[in-house]
Design a protein around this ligand. Structure first.
Ligand SMILES: [Zn+2]
Length: 186
């Protein structure tokens, strides 16, 4: 890397005598042009011309671990708004409205989404699919609810066995908890 010049699609960036077109560039009639906005990199070792985007959009993909807030509980699924991707401070780009199908929430058989998740729960989930819509799972041990408030008094609920307990209202509720519920720094 020797140059750092911002280029736009269609800008002529090099000639084919010296470089080959690579990521973010294309060759036409002996010349190389940028195919995207970014910084031109003329790599003299590999003799390729690239245009790189320093901050590609933070688009979610299969396997990403995300944090989300449960928005709604329906018969066969929950919906959630993804607020962050694990390992990055950057805002998530693209679709953030996600669904969790009842079969993807808890490891065993569940027919009642409301026994596993509640509106307002803060969850850690994994991206299962992004097309045609964003789909998440909380099946695994480390996935599930990491913070929940009591629906009645808004007190932070504490872990009790496999579920949650409100110390104010003194009642227990089932939940699909992440293995570190109560120990997550938010
Ligand atoms: Zn309560």
């Amino acid at each position: 890397m020797k140059n750092k010049i911002e280029v736009f699609p269609g800008d002529e960036v090099a000639v084919e005598e010296e470089y080959l077109a690579s990521d973010g560039t294309f060759a036409d009639n002996g010349k190389i042009y940028a195919s995207q906005i970014g910084y031109l990199v003329l790599d003299d070792e590999e003799c390729v011309a690239r245009v790189v985007t320093p901050n590609p959009p933070n688009i979610l993909k299969y396997g990403d671990i995300v944090y989300a807030i449960v928005a709604d509980i329906r018969n066969t699924m929950a919906t959630a708004d993804v607020v962050a991707k694990d390992g990055t401070e950057r805002q998530v780009g693209g679709e953030t409205y996600a669904t969790l199908h009842v079969s993807k929430i808890a490891p065993g058989y569940t027919d009642d989404v409301g026994k596993e998740l509640r509106k307002g729960d803060f969850i850690r989930a994994m991206v299962l699919d992004t097309e045609p819509s964003l789909q998440l799972t909380t099946k695994e041990e480390h996935l599930g609810v990491i913070r929940a408030l009591c629906g009645t008094c808004k007190t932070e609920m504490v872990r009790k066995g496999k579920g949650l307990y409100c110390p104010e209202c003194k009642y227990s509720m089932p939940r699909k908890l992440a293995d570190d519920y109560g120990n997550v720094k938010l």
